[in-house]
Design a protein around this ligand. Structure first.
Ligand code: C2E
Ligand code: MG
Ligand code: MG
Ligand code: MG
Length: 284
């Protein structure tokens, strides 16, 4: 209208369409929650020798017409429309069911933990702890069996608040991990102030570890830094044996990636886990 008359603006319809698409997706997520279409996949995390030390829960959407949808296609909208906590509750519930099943099968003890990914808006919310504890209440598992992955980029804003939130979660027994390390802009001097028990090097750095000296040196430096602070380091997205060998030479603590296993549905994960334990005892 500012342009007067019937002037046509190219941007308005595009934005309009974008908004409509977002709202459509939001409505579909609400429907899908009620229809029980979200499910949790699990990807193992192993020591450098390939033996399981933990697992990460990764949400998937089993869409009736679109097939399996990955988080990149719906998490941001769920965050934007206040639906992320509902999805998180589904994931945490699935994690508890897995832990109870593995415990009942005597293939884990209470030192084994499963990671869940926490969104920025949840991390900022004062209700996060209560939400997590409410779900855990329905199960006989302890907070120390749940690891909370917080991305490095969430730790670059209000540091004092972030440390306070982490401290409170830690006091309740939750284990904290920094995800996608290297991609955020957290101040390295704060790393020692974060009450974390794990640091995950982002896949983008692992992708470059064999490229040249610089790629290698960055990963090596992150590992040394974490080690000097007594924080165990995980390499995410390890896809080749050559990468694994390079990481082993740098004293990596654990690895996660397609080389070991892709994320799996619960029953496949349980089978994988048991088989992995068998391999360990056969080689011992
Ligand atoms: P993330 O936490 O960094 O998870 C690692 C991602 O890398 C996962 O993708 C995993 O499937 C993938 N991945 C693991 N190993 C390999 C590999 O060797 N090669 C390749 N190419 N990819 C590998 P996914 O499951 O699509 O999840 C993407 C992101 O979505 C996650 O990144 C996390 O930030 C977010 N996300 C997943 N589940 C949840 C959830 O329940 N809640 C929240 N808030 N975010 C979630
Ligand atoms: Mg993660
Ligand atoms: Mg990650
Ligand atoms: Mg990542």
């Amino acid at each position: 209208k500012k342009k007067g008359g019937n002037a046509y603006s190219f941007y308005e319809p595009t934005l309009q369409t974008l908004l409509e698409n977002h709202i459509e997706l939001e409505i579909d997520i609400v429907r899908a929650i009620a229809a029980d279409e979200f499910c949790t996949y699990f990807q193992p995390k192993t020591c450098a020798l390939g033996y399981v030390v933990g697992a990460e829960a990764l949400i998937r959407w089993n869409h009736p017409t679109k097939g399996l949808i990955v988080p990149a296609d719906f998490i941001a909208i769920a965050e934007q429309y206040g639906l992320i906590q509902a999805l998180q509750n589904i994931v945490l519930r699935d994690v508890c069911i897995l832990i109870e099943q593995l415990t009942a099968s005597h293939v884990i003890d209470d030192t084994f933990n499963v990671s869940i990914n926490i969104s920025q808006c949840q991390f900022n919310s004062a209700k996060l702890k209560t939400e997590l504890l409410t779900t855990l209440n329905d199960f006989s598992i302890s907070t120390s069996q749940i690891k909370l992955e917080i991305t490095e980029s969430m730790l670059s804003g209000d540091i004092d608040n972030a440390i306070q939130q982490m401290q409170e979660l830690k006091e309740d027994g939750f284990i904290l991990s920094i995800d996608d390390f290297g991609t955020g802009y957290s101040c390295l001097t704060h790393l020692s102030a974060f009450p974390v028990k794990e640091l995950k090097i982002d896949k983008s750095f692992i992708d470059n570890v064999l490229d040249d000296e610089a790629g290698k040196s960055i990963v090596n430096t992150i590992i040394s830094l974490a080690k000097s602070l007594n924080i165990p380091v995980v390499a995410e997205g390890v896809e080749s044996l050559a990468q694994l060998e390079a990481l082993k030479a740098m004293n990596i603590d654990s690895i996660q990636g397609y080389l070991i296993a892709k994320p799996m549905m619960k029953d496949d994960y349980v089978k994988w886990h048991k088989h992995n334990l068998l391999q360990r005892s056969l080689s011992a």
